[in-house]
Design a protein around this ligand. Structure first.
Ligand SMILES: C[S@@+](CC[C@H](N)C(=O)[O-])C[C@H]1O[C@@H](n2cnc3c(N)ncnc32)[C@H](O)[C@@H]1O
Length: 282
């Protein structure tokens, strides 16, 4: 697929949007940013049998009929929540990530659990040798950053998505958090959405994939959760999440006072998390 005008248009819009997102992050470089977060992500390996990961498994069974013969390429794998959740259902998983600290947790996990069908590869996605063979399904879970290039400020979604498609025999699955209710409400406090802003950055990805004639489909997973805090400062700190938050302490305090229910010594905020699955079958 040549990069025609329609593709270039959506690619540039998406890259521009993502660069803005990166600029807001509190980071000096991708590697350091993710290496520092590896210990926190390791906790997610406890979620491998959660309703959330089970809903992803069910989705893959329904749409891709995954089974003992299926090979999976898990890109931006982190500590391996996807590979670890799927390894009992499929033939094998190759987990690729730029961060050695993330992959170390996955290697420790597979050794402890005596899992022998997960292999790890420490590499930037764009540097993975695409002659190493194809996989039935390429999955990118919460890892849009895999599109980063040597110049980390300029991701290349077109080449990255094309590579996902080229290395997939049966299809590609891109799963990412869409805006959840808490973040949406907070964002509207400090910078209300203008008419041109998409609801989430996956909207641009959808258009890019459509322009590339992959004709993606979309599905949401909704989860209601209770966010628990013991004091306001904990809530305020959670808003930073690797980004320089634009919300002032006063605005956050007003929001917290309105939204948090007090229960004994805890404060609870109800949140609806929306996760978007974008996929196509070749
Ligand atoms: C938000 S984490 C998600 C990890 C995992 N997929 C999950 O859902 O728990 C994003 C991951 O992408 C990795 N990553 C970022 N840029 C990358 C790149 N260019 N190539 C490969 N991995 C990358 C990071 O190291 C990090 O582990």
């Amino acid at each position: 697929m040549k990069k025609n005008k329609e593709i270039s248009f959506w690619d540039s819009i998406f890259n521009e949007y993502f660069s803005k997102d990166l600029a807001e992050r509190d980071m000096t470089g991708i590697l350091e940013f993710w290496n520092k977060r590896a210990d926190k992500f390791a906790g997610m390996l406890k979620e491998i049998n959660s309703p959330y990961t089970n809903s992803i498994k069910d989705f893959l069974k329904e749409e891709f009929k995954i089974g003992e013969q299926t090979s999976v390429l898990d890109i931006g794998a982190g500590t391996g929540i996807i590979s670890a959740s799927l390894c009992d259902e499929v033939k094998d998983c190759m987990a690729v990530d730029i961060s050695p600290n993330m992959l170390k947790h996955l290697d420790d996990f597979t050794r402890d659990k005596k899992i022998n069908n997960i292999t790890t590869l420490c590499s930037r996605w764009m540097d993975v040798d695409d002659t190493m063979g194809c996989y039935d399904i390429v999955i990118c879970h919460r890892a849009f950053g895999v599109s980063s290039t040597d110049s980390e400020d300029y991701p290349d979604f077109y080449r990255s998505v094309k590579k996902m498609n080229d290395m997939a025999k049966r299809g590609v699955v891109i799963i990412s958090p869409a805006k959840d209710s808490l973040k949406q409400e907070l964002k509207e406090i400090h910078s209300p959405r203008d008419n041109f802003e998409p609801l989430d950055k996956c909207d641009h990805l959808y258009n890019l994939c459509y322009a590339m004639r992959y004709f993606p489909q979309v599905k949401y997973i909704l989860r209601n959760e209770e966010l628990v805090y013991y004091k306001f400062d904990e809530f305020y700190e959670s808003l930073q999440h690797g980004k320089r938050s634009k919300i002032t302490k006063k605005q956050a305090m007003e929001y917290f006072a309105n939204k948090a229910r007090k229960q004994c010594e805890k404060y609870i905020i109800d949140n609806t998390k929306r996760t978007k699955i974008l996929w196509w079958i070749k």
